[in-house]
Every structure is written in C-alpha cells, then in structure tokens.
Design a protein around this ligand. Structure first.
Ligand SMILES: Nc1ncnc2c1ncn2[C@@H]1O[C@H](COP(=O)(O)OP(=O)(O)OP(=O)(O)O)[C@@H](O)[C@H]1O
Ligand SMILES: [Mg+2]
Length: 353
C-alpha cells in the first residue's frame, strides 16, 4: 500500500519573451496551495518567436530565480508555442491509445507541414465524434525537435528535469478550468496577451475546439511609442506602464497607446472571426483575457467594444490558497494575469497529457 502522495511536486516555468514566470503549488485533498512564485525579466532578444536565441541568458535568469526562491524540487513543467509548434484537431477511425501510438507517425504525415523525422509528435484522443461515431476526434501536436531540445538543454544546464512539456494554449486552459468558477457550458474564448505573442483557445462545454497563436503582442505598443515619439526602449516601456518622461506629453502617449491597442485587438478579432467562419453553429459567448497586456484596462474595453461580447480579465489564482504570511496579496493580485500559463503548468503532474 502506498501512503502519502504519489503525485510529485512540480514547478511550473513559463519562459515568455518578456519574462520567466515560476509557480509551485502543493496539492492536498484537491486543494492547491501556493508555495513559491517568481517573475524575472529576460533581455529583449533572448526569445524570438518562442525559440530560445540566447540560451545562456535564459539559464542565468532561471538559475537566479531558483536560487533566490531556495527551491528544492527539480521537476519542471514548461510549455512552448510559436511557429515551430503545430496543433491540429483531426478525425480518425476509432482506435485505442496503443494503436494510435503505433500509427501516429504515419497519420501525422499528411497534417504536419514539417519533415516527420524532424518533429516530436504527441496526441490526445478527445473521444468519439458527435456526428459520426465511427470516427474519433484527436488533437495532434508536433514541435520541431531542435526547438524542443533547446528548451530541454536550458533546464538541464540549470540542473533541472523537464518532465512535462506543454503548449501555452493548453496550460492556460488548465489554469482556467481549475481556477475559475465560471460555468464551463457554452462557447468561450481564452486569450493570453503576452509581449510578442497572443495565444487563443476556444472552448466548447469545457473542451478545446480551436487554438491559434499570432505573433503580435504588447511589444507592438512599445514599437509604436518609440517610432512615433522618438523614444528609447526604456522610456517607451516606462510611459506605457504609466510613468513620466521629461518633455513628453501624456496625451500624445495615450493616443499612441490607444491606437496600438486598437490594432492588437483587431488582430484578435480577425482570428476569432476566422473561428466563427469555420464553426458554423458555435458562437462565442464570452471572452477571458490574460497575460501582461490584459493588465491595461484598454484591452478589456476595446475588445468588448469590437467583439460586442462580455470580456473579463482572468486572474490565475482564483481557487489557489495563498497564505498572506508568506506572500504579498496585493502583489499577487497585480501580477495574477501574467501567471496563468505558469499556474496551469504547476498543476500538471507526471504522465499528464
Ligand atoms: N500594467 C501593464 N499595462 C500594460 N502593459 C503591461 C502591463 N504589465 C505588463 N505589460 C506588458 O505585458 C507584456 C508582458 O506580458 P507577459 O508576461 O504575458 O509576456 P510574455 O509571456 O513574457 O511574452 P510572450 O508570451 O508573448 O512571449 C509586456 O509587453 C509588458 O510591457
Ligand atoms: Mg507568455
């Protein structure tokens, strides 16, 4: 007989292009308790389109975070996204997990635009198709091996073991499922607005039916501020976050920010319109936004205006118990939207798919 938990603690590490986020949760009787949390900025070109360009910078940041938080657990769950990751929902004749395992290479060939020998493949069987029960729905995931190996080596250089490799979209979905008490019936869209990418995941009755990543994000606001007001990168970020810079008028800054946010929101709308055009009778009923950009109230305002739908910011810690003796609740509240991918990862366990 086994006493204690077989579920090893794991640390969720979300390597974003703007910052690394780290979350550790401890689960007892189905309740998650926050045990560690950290955010550390990355240099601007360390991650480009989800790929690790400057591995020593990433190693240093993760290593420092680990040391400053005095973490012991070596097991890590991390996630990837970007153009090197392909997610496809496909229909196949009903088969078992084992049969699928044996034929995945063969099946994947027609859906994946890369050489099959150059990708890592994974799948999840969702279940029989509602319209044709001889078929089943499967999510196929392929990621370029080089791309994945770069992530794995960063962790091994830190002396850590990545035991779960997830996708940003699915980690966000996991955090949403566990944390929000929102009724999961109906069709809702989750939108993670980061610095250089936006991940979207549309759920129907709690299951993912559409995912899309686009390669624009909060950096676009900085680029516009720099270009139009002749600012340095540091000044643009400071102004974006509400600070002041000598000789620069707030009204001019606000105008550029609003326009850039309008374009970002338009990109989100375009992707969700694409979903609506392909999904005949699934209408999105509500949108939940997360990620650094969702901290700007304009994100919610402009998106709900444009989509004519209710939009809400999703905090990542809804159902997580946080001891105020160990954590600053105000700080956690403020950074909550940044942490949903890391929280979703921290809830993963070995063997999870
Ligand atoms: N209060 C705020 N107002 C506006 N923008 C903000 C605020 N806080 C953070 N941001 C912006 O959010 C972005 C960072 O968000 P996030 O941490 O989700 O990105 P990331 O995960 O590092 O990047 P990505 O996932 O795109 O690689 C940056 O562009 C940052 O300037
Ligand atoms: Mg991110």
């Amino acid at each position: 007989m086994f006493f204690g938990s077989q579920k090893k603690d794991i640390i969720g590490v979300d390597i974003g292009s703007n910052s690394v986020k780290l979350v550790q949760l401890h689960e007892t009787k189905g309740v998650y308790h926050l045990t560690a949390l950290g955010v550390a900025p990355l240099p601007s070109d360390a991650i480009v389109d989800g790929a690790i360009m400057d591995s020593s910078a990433v190693v240093e940041v993760i290593d420092n975070l680990y040391k400053s938080l005095k973490l012991k657990t070596k097991n890590v769950a991390t996630s990837i996204s970007g153009h090197s990751v392909i997610i496809r929902k496909i229909k196949l004749p009903i088969m078992t997990e084992e049969e699928m395992e044996a034929s995945i290479q063969w099946e994947a060939e027609q859906y994946i635009p890369f050489e099959i020998s150059e990708v890592n493949l994974d799948f999840q069987i969702l279940g029989p198709d509602a319209k044709d029960t001889s078929q089943m729905n499967v999510v196929l995931v392929a990621a370029k091996k080089d791309f994945v190996n770069d992530y794995i080596s960063v962790f091994s250089e830190c002396g850590l073991t990545p035991i779960v490799l997830d996708i940003d979209c699915f980690a966000m979905e996991n955090a949403f499922e566990v944390n929000s008490q929102i009724d999961s019936q109906g069709v809702i869209a989750l939108v993670n607005m980061g610095a250089s990418s936006i991940n979207m995941n549309v759920l129907k009755d709690g299951a993912s039916i559409f995912t899309r990543d686009i390669t624009v994000g909060g950096n676009m606001v900085n680029e516009e501020l720099q270009k139009r007001l002749g600012l340095s990168a540091e000044d643009a970020e400071a102004l974006k976050l509400g600070g002041t810079v000598d000789g620069i008028q707030r009204s001019a800054v606000d105008e550029v920010i609003r326009e850039a946010m309008e374009s970002l929101v338009q990109e989100v709308q375009r992707s969700l319109d694409f979903f609506s055009a392909t999904a005949s009778d699934d209408k999105i009923q509500a949108v939940y936004i997360t990620g650094g950009v969702s901290r700007n109230p304009l994100a919610k305002e402009l998106l709900s205006e444009r989509l004519a739908l209710p939009v809400d910011v999703l905090g990542a810690f809804g159902q997580v118990v946080i001891d105020e003796k160990n954590f600053d609740l105000e700080y956690i509240d403020a950074i909550g939207p940044l942490m949903s991918v890391a929280v979703g990862l921290a809830m993963r366990r070995l063997g999870d798919k």
